[in-house]
Design a protein around this ligand. Sequence first.
Ligand code: DGY
Length: 307
Amino acid sequence: MEKILVERFRAQLNVADIPLSEHELMDAFRDFDVVLPTVSDRLPAAVFPPSPRVRFLGNFGVGFNHIDIDAARQAGIMVTNTPGVLTDCTADLAITLMLMVARRAGEGERQLRDGEWAGWCPTHMVGRKVSGKTLGIVGMGRIGRATARRARFGFGMNIVFYNRSLQHDEELRSLGALQFDTIEEVMAQADFVSLHCPGGAENKHIINAGRLATMRQEAFLINTARGDVVDEAALIDALGERRIAGAGLDVFASEPSVPDKLKSMSNVVLLPHLGSATEETRTAMGMKVVENLEAFLEGRDPPDRVA
Ligand code: DGY
């Protein structure tokens, strides 16, 4: 993808592969026609100057809550994202987290590497079974559905879910998935609650202290969506007081910073935002960015336009 961007579009690459500061982004908006941010580049309204040169933001990622979409619209900047191509890998990771946290895989691996494993015994690292349990999904979009398919057909799990709009179709029928009107109802029934809704203002802290209190004590929370969907302080309290059994988290409110309290908890699995991190998926995301950019440059409507 880098080769295509440089040779075909004369792109200047952020070779350090680290997020740009607000100041650097403002410069980029002034100096370039096109900017291709990643989910780590924060683009609040303040970054959008009154008459920027930039006309196109091709986000390398499906989530775009890091971009102030209203500010982009007002500045007349087109924005695209990369949906679809990371569905499978993100769903795979949600299942990975469920298995890791329920089966204490991270904890066990750390113990073995630390040379503290004393051998098999009946009570050693006993976790919880995943197969046959109930999975509660919050947000039955592409990734929620892919996670539900894996859970239902791979692990014989029962699927309950919350989604803002009514979902009623053949796939959900084949999954035997039951939709509930409130997040609380889903959380109260589930052995695992897996979050698959977008981040941003409208979903900020939808998983708060009140809703965490509706979870069963033996239930686990899985988050591969966005960190700000969960009130992290409330989650830390619920975990610390063992009001829920554990959590598997791939995303955090202030990435890359992760609260020390979470790091100190044995009933939590923490991953560094790896949802889409496979060779195949990152390549496919890059190709989507290129496809959208080409359409924009040729005056066509890009397939994945969000603003
Ligand atoms: C996304 O695309 O939104 C993921 O979080 C990063 O790949």
